[in-house]
Write a protein that binds this ligand. Structure first.
Ligand code: UD1
Ligand code: CA
Length: 429
């Protein structure tokens, strides 16, 4: 790997109208900055993120997820702008790829195209019907001459429909020479990174325009952009999974986290949500069920089932309105209206309608362990910590507070009272 990467993420992002830093907003389960880092890590082991606004919050979030990322603090008071962001950044390799932290949709293929060839600068350009807001790329005799920011354009430059998409791959030695020479003599009194293009042209260096897809290079600046980017990312994720053999009913109603992995043949019905780093192996997830950070293996869930983090279902049937949390269920049937939390349940066991594991006493959480072939009657409460051994029957409506030995029946019943004709005595005939 002979490429270094710098990700610009110091901007304020005021259009996002949020207390969360712009680059930490997530798309398909991962922050925009993480998407940029992931793309970068496939090309380089030298990645620097430039920070300023809410720097410590962004740095903490990234450090929790990645190792070996360098951080550089922009002196944005003295040196505002994208050129200012590059001041003092040092990179290891002979080429430096500069990315933006708010472009989560860039693909591997586009980054490869931008880092190829032997031009001194490769720059991303897009042809746009409406170039408003972008820096215009002035091309003369098929050669890039300079980039002029919209606010610095004259009338004819404003007409230019070829715009700067904002990503560059630059010869590191040139970059190190040009950055200290940038000035802020422009309409925004900012240090523009884009000025390095003219500097290179003036020295007869080669500047190669690389035409890119608008969709990938659209910066995410507002909540509306965020929603649009989410749709594009979701479509990519679902397309790839369907190509691998996943069946999806009404895919546009389905949401899948980019960290989820699918193996074998899976079926997702409409309205299904798959969150976190879930793994589905030959699973059938029915209408409007939610799966989060769990493994669903040779099992079916729903409709309207909810599998919460750290659950593992194997050969299990989960029916409607059943919530499972941090539990391992192997060969289990829980068909209706139950809460199963902090439990381990083994093969052949049946959890009746309305069964609840009482796993929380208001202070601590406790485990429920259920063996093989246990029949838990409807509407029973299992007060944890509790262990139910193999081949046990629990009568309907039992409040179980003690462990049960293999082969037993456990039953709590309040005696039934039957008073003939009471209704008529009470209300009259
Ligand atoms: C920049 C380009 C413009 C291009 C556009 C494409 C410049 C001068 N202009 O414009 O030609 O068409 O991108 O999207 O570069 N940032 C910092 N520190 C700063 C300012 C910005 O780190 O002081 C970061 C931002 O967080 C962002 C990136 O740089 O990730 C781009 O900043 P932004 O303000 O969006 O660039 P534009 O001015 O729109
Ligand atoms: Ca700007």
């Amino acid at each position: 790997m002979s490429i270094s990467i710098v990700i610009l993420a110091a901007g304020k992002g005021s259009r996002m109208k949020s207390t969360t830093p712009k680059v930490l907003h997530s798309i398909s389960g991962k922050s925009m900055l993480s998407h940029a880092i992931d793309a970068g890590q496939k090309l380089s082991d030298d990645i620097t993120v430039v920070l300023y606004h809410q720097a410590s919050r962004v740095q903490e979030a990234i450090e929790a997820e990645y190792e070996n990322i360098h951080f550089h603090m922009q002196d944005a008071e003295q040196f505002p702008g994208t050129g200012g962001a590059m001041k003092g950044v040092t990179t290891k390799y002979e080429k430096t790829l500069i990315l933006n932290g708010d472009m989560p949709l860039i693909t591997q293929e586009s980054l490869k195209a931008l880092t190829g060839g032997d031009a001194d600068i490769n720059m991303s350009v897009i042809k746009l019907e409406n170039p408003t807001g972008y820096g215009r790329v002035i091309i003369d005799n098929e050669k890039v001459q300079e980039i002029v920011e919209q606010k610095d354009c004259n009338e004819s430059q404003l007409e230019t429909k070829t715009v700067n998409a904002g990503i560059y791959c630059v010869n590191t030695e040139l970059l190190n020479r040009y950055i200290p020479q940038l000035s802020n003599d422009n309409a925004q009194a900012e240090y523009y990174l884009t000025d390095i293009v003219k500097m290179a042209v003036d020295e007869n260096k080669t500047v190669m325009p690389i035409y890119v897809e608008e969709e990938e290079f659209k910066g995410v600046n507002s909540k509306l952009d965020l929603a649009d980017a989410e749709v594009i990312m979701q479509n990519r994720i679902k397309k790839a999974l369907m190509e691998q053999g996943t069946t999806m009913r009404f895919p546009e109603s389905i949401y899948i986290d980019c960290r989820a992995t699918f193996e074998g043949e899976n079926i997702l019905e409409n309205g299904v949500t798959i969150l976190g780093a879930s793994t589905l192996i030959n699973a059938h997830i029915k209408t409007h069920s939610v799966i989060e950070d769990s493994i669903i293996e040779d099992s079916d869930v729903g409709p309207m089932g909810r599998i919460r983090p750290l659950s593992h279902l194997k050969g299990t049937h989960i029916g409607n309105f059943v919530e499972v949390k941090k539990s391992t269920l192997t060969g289990v049937k829980a068909g209706h209206l139950s809460y199963i939390g902090d439990a381990t349940i083994d093969e052949g066991s049946n959890i009746g309608a309305g069964v609840i594991t009482c796993n929380y006493d208001g202070k601590n959480k406790y485990k429920t362990i259920i063996g093989k072939n246990v029949f838990v009657g409807s509407d029973s409460q299992l007060v944890a910590p509790i262990t139910i051994e193999d081949d046990v029957m629990i009568g309907a409506g039992t409040t179980l507070t003690k462990d049960v030995k293999k082969g037993s029946l456990a039953l709590t019943r309040t005696p039934l009272k039957l008073i003939p004709n009471f209704f008529y005595k009470f209300f009259g005939k």
